[in-house]
Design a protein around this ligand. Structure first.
Ligand SMILES: O=c1ccn([C@@H]2O[C@H](COP(=O)(O)OP(=O)(O)O[C@H]3O[C@H](CO)[C@H](O)[C@H](O)[C@H]3O)[C@@H](O)[C@H]2O)c(=O)[nH]1
Length: 314
């Protein structure tokens, strides 16, 4: 198959590219290198089955060219920062909704058969049912980021039904691992490198979420995609996460231990009852029963994924 991976030079995208290339597919990466790097995909740059295009998906004409000749689009390009929701809603709209709209319009006039989209657990907001299943509702995101992801999901569904392609939507828990360049583990390591004696923790440290290693994520995406191709569904939704969860304070302890440090933890207290920032979902664990029914299982639980990630980033 010939795949376009938007955001393919980024954290999750580049791991997906590795697997697709190893499986023998033709891969085109589209990335503006705002967060991704050529370093992440350097092993493929000279490969005959690989193509890299640098560009901004806010430019509709450019996106049209990028989908030419492709069978499937893995749409991972996005600004993933929940925490900028209150300062930069416009940026989150453009880099999550507008670029998805441009992609869908490009797909209308092409032969693309499938779109695989990485949505987010944040579409559920403060879910009243935990573990949260895919059919939980009504969906009430509490961040602009979560709202933008849900808007993108809705557009994808509408376009898929109207213009006859199939769409697979993953709602991801917190994905961590090698090459990640944002998020709590990355932040803690950098803070401790600057000041090994003290670690500032945003919020009250009791935020508890489910973390999935990027290797398990990419394996799950490709496994479930094969399953989806054999199904009759036009659009389908899968949560990908872990059965367990871990608090921010426990993450701070693991990072400190792996760095052989014993810093004093300083809690900022945060906003709205101990959240790290406005719109930070405090408790998140997704039901992964639907994904597991396809035969996929995460190999690392949240604790193991966190420890592995700290070692990889160090
Ligand atoms: O210095 C820090 C940084 C983060 N946190 C806390 O750590 C938790 C995790 O924060 P991250 O920034 O690592 O991740 P988010 O939960 O905000 O979001 C991540 O997971 C989501 C899905 O669950 C989205 O997909 C999103 O793109 C991705 O960044 C939060 O409760 C936050 O308050 C701190 O205490 N201190």
């Amino acid at each position: 198959m010939k795949a376009l991976v938007t955001g393919g030079a980024g954290f999750i995208g580049s791991h997906l590219v590795d697997r697709l290339m190893e499986q023998g597919h033709e891969v085109r990466v589209l990335d503006d290198l705002s967060a991704g790097t050529l370093e992440n995909i350097k092993r493929w740059l000279d490969h005959e089955r690989f193509e890299f295009i640098k560009g901004d998906m806010r430019d509709a004409e450019f996106v049209k060219k990028a989908v030419e000749g492709v069978d499937v689009v893995f749409h991972l390009a996005a600004n993933p920062e929940v925490r900028i929701s209150s300062q930069s809603p416009e940026l989150l709209y453009e880099t999550n909704v507008l670029i998805t709209y441009n992609l869908l319009n490009a797909m209308r006039d092409s032969n693309v058969e499938y779109i695989v989209f990485t949505s987010s657990s944040t579409v559920y907001g403060d879910a009243e049912v935990i573990p949260t299943p895919e059919d939980y509702g009504p969906l009430e995101p509490i961040s602009v980021y979560g709202g933008a992801k849900l808007a993108a999901e809705a557009l994808i569904s509408g376009y898929a039904h109207t213009f006859d392609f199939k769409a697979l939507i993953f709602r991801l828990a917190n994905i961590i691992g090698e090459r990640s360049n944002h998020g709590v583990i990355y932040d803690f390591i950098n803070k401790l490198r600057k000041n090994p004696k003290e670690l500032e923790i945003l919020g009250d440290g009791t935020q508890r979420k489910s973390y999935l290693h990027v290797s398990d994520t990419v394996e799950g995406m490709l496994h479930i995609f094969e399953h989806f191709k054999r199904s009759e569904k036009t659009v389908d939704f899968y949560n990908l996460g872990n059965d367990d969860w871990i608090t921010v304070k426990e993450i701070a302890e693991i990072v400190s231990e792996e760095m052989r440090l014993r810093p004093r933890f300083v809690f900022t207290g945060g906003v709205d009852g101990g959240r790290g920032w406005k719109g930070d979902v405090k408790f998140m664990r997704l039901s992964i029963e639907k994904a597991k029914a396809t035969g996929w299982r995460p190999k690392l639980n949240s604790y193991e994924a966190v420890r592995r990630t700290v070692r990889e980033l160090l």
